[in-house]
Design a protein around this ligand. Structure first.
Ligand code: KG4
Ligand code: ZN
Length: 357
C-alpha cells in the first residue's frame, strides 16, 4: 500500500454506539453505526448494558464496514480507536478489539481522543456530501470547503460543551467549557421532564419546529469568560413546569411544541452568545460546530444567521458526522498516522483523558 494514501480502520465505542469506519486518505469509504435501543427504557445510558451490547455488535460492525468499503484486511495500514473520554466499560471493548487487530495484522495502533475526533470531523471528504454543495474549485480536483486555521469549534455533545481554539489538526486548546451539565444533557433532561424517552434532544428539536420560541422565557446563566452553565436552566424549567402543572394538569401536552421551541431557543441562545464573545475577543471569523447537539436544527440555523451577520465562515457537519461515529476517529487517526503518533500494546482505555496532546 502506498504511504501517500493510507487506509485506516477506525473503531468508536465511547458511549452507546458501536461504530466502524474505513478511510482512504481523507475520503470515507464506509462509516457504520450500530445504536443501542435498550437505553431508552431506562431514561439514560446504562453503562453495563452498553458494554455488553458493544461486545455483541463490534465484530459484525467491523466486518460490515470492511465489506462496504470494498477493501481487504491486508489493505489496512493502521487501526485507530477511541481511547477516551467516555464510559470505561464501553471504551474497553473498542480498545481491546483494536489492539488485537493491530497485533494480528502487524500494523500501527493509533489512540484517538474522542473530542479531537468531533472537531476533526470537518476534514472528512465524503462523496455523498459532494452532491450537496459547499465544495470549492481549487487548482486541482473539486475539494470540500474545510475550516482554515485558526478556527473556533463549539463542540456540543451529551457529555461535553467546549469552545475549542483549533490551531492545527493536532494542536487545539479548550478556551471555554461547561461548569456543570453539557448542552446535550440540558436537552435530554428537559426532554425527560416533558415526557420524552432518552435521548430526547432530537425530539425537542422535532417538536420545536411547530412551536413559538418566544412563548416561554427562561433565565440565562451568569458565568464568566467563555464558560457555560446549564444546571440553573434545568432547575428553572423544572420549577416552571411544576408550578404550571399544579394549576393545569394538561399544561405540558397543551403547550408541548411551544415548550420545546422555547427551551431550544434558550439553549441555542446561550451557546451563540458565547460564540460571539469568543470570536470577537480572539478576532477569529472561522467558526465550526461539532458533536451530537450540532445536529440541532435551531443551532444550525442560528449559526448560519449569526455567521451571515458577523461575516463568519461557518462550518456545519453532515448529520452523520455530528453524533458519535468512527469516521471522525479515522480522520483524526489519519493525521496522527502522518506524524507517526502511534500507541503500543500497553495502551489502555480511559474514562478521562487530557485534552492537550
Ligand atoms: O456526540 P454525541 O452523539 O454523544 C456524546 O459524545 O455525548 O451526542 C449525543 C447528544 C445527546 O444528548 C442528544 O440528545 C443530542 O446529542 N442530540 C441533539 C440532537 N441530536 C442529538 N440535541 C438536540 N437536537 C438534536 N437534533
Ligand atoms: Zn461524542
Amino acid at each position: 500500500m502506498s504511504q501517500k494514501e493510507p487506509i485506516i480502520l477506525a473503531i468508536e465505542s465511547s458511549c452507546d454506539d458501536t461504530s466502524a469506519a474505513i478511510l482512504k486518505n481523507e475520503s470515507i469509504l464506509s462509516n457504520l453505526i450500530a445504536g443501542q435501543d435498550i437505553h431508552r427504557f431506562y431514561g439514560g445510558v446504562v453503562p453495563e448494558l452498553a458494554s455488553r451490547a458493544h461486545l455483541q455488535n463490534i465484530l459484525p460492525v467491523v466486518d460490515a464496514a470492511i465489506e462496504k468499503a470494498g477493501v481487504q484486511l491486508s489493505d489496512i495500514d493502521a487501526v485507530a480507536f477511541t481511547k477516551g473520554p467516555g464510559l470505561l466499560g464501553s471504551l474497553v471493548v473498542g480498545t481491546s478489539f483494536a489492539k488485537s487487530l493491530s497485533l494480528a495484522l502487524n500494523i500501527p495502533l493509533i489512540d484517538v481522543n474522542h473530542m479531537h475526533g468531533h472537531v476533526l470531523a470537518h476534514f472528512i471528504d465524503d462523496e455523498e456530501e459532494m452532491k450537496v454543495s459547499d465544495w470549492v474549485l481549487t487548482d486541482g480536483p473539486i475539494k470540500k470547503k474545510k475550516p482554515k486555521f485558526p478556527f473556533i469549534c463549539l463542540t456540543v455533545s451529551g457529555g461535553h460543551t467546549q469552545v475549542v481554539l483549533v490551531k492545527s489538526h493536532l494542536d487545539m486548546e479548550i478556551v471555554g467549557a461547561t461548569k456543570d451539565d453539557a448542552a446535550g444533557e440540558a436537552f435530554d433532561k428537559a426532554a425527560k421532564m416533558l415526557g420524552f424517552e432518552y435521548p430526547g434532544g432530537p425530539l425537542v428539536d422535532k417538536h420545536a419546529k411547530d412551536g413559538d420560541p418566544l412563548k416561554f422565557k427562561f433565565t440565562r446563566p451568569k458565568v464568566g469568560g467563555y464558560d457555560f452553565s446549564f444546571s440553573g436552566l434545568k432547575t428553572g424549567i423544572l420549577y416552571f413546569l411544576q408550578k404550571e402543572v399544579k394549576t393545569n394538569p394538561n399544561f405540558i401536552e397543551e403547550n408541548l411544541n411551544d415548550l420545546c421551541a422555547s427551551i431550544q431557543f434558550t439553549i441555542v441562545d446561550i451557546l451563540i452568545r458565547q460564540l460571539k464573545t469568543v470570536t470577537k475577543d480572539l478576532g477569529i471569523k472561522e467558526v465550526a460546530i461539532a458533536g451530537g447537539v450540532s445536529a440541532n436544527s435551531g443551532l444550525r440555523k442560528a449559526l448560519q444567521e449569526t455567521g451571515a451577520n458577523k461575516g463568519w465562515n461557518v462550518y456545519i457537519p453532515r448529520f452523520e458526522y455530528c453524533t458519535d461515529n468512527a469516521a471522525m476517529i479515522a480522520i483524526t487517526g489519519k493525521f496522527m498516522y502522518e506524524q507517526g503518533l502511534f500507541a503500543d500494546q500497553t495502551v489502555t482505555a480511559a474514562a478521562r483523558v487530557p485534552f492537550a496532546r
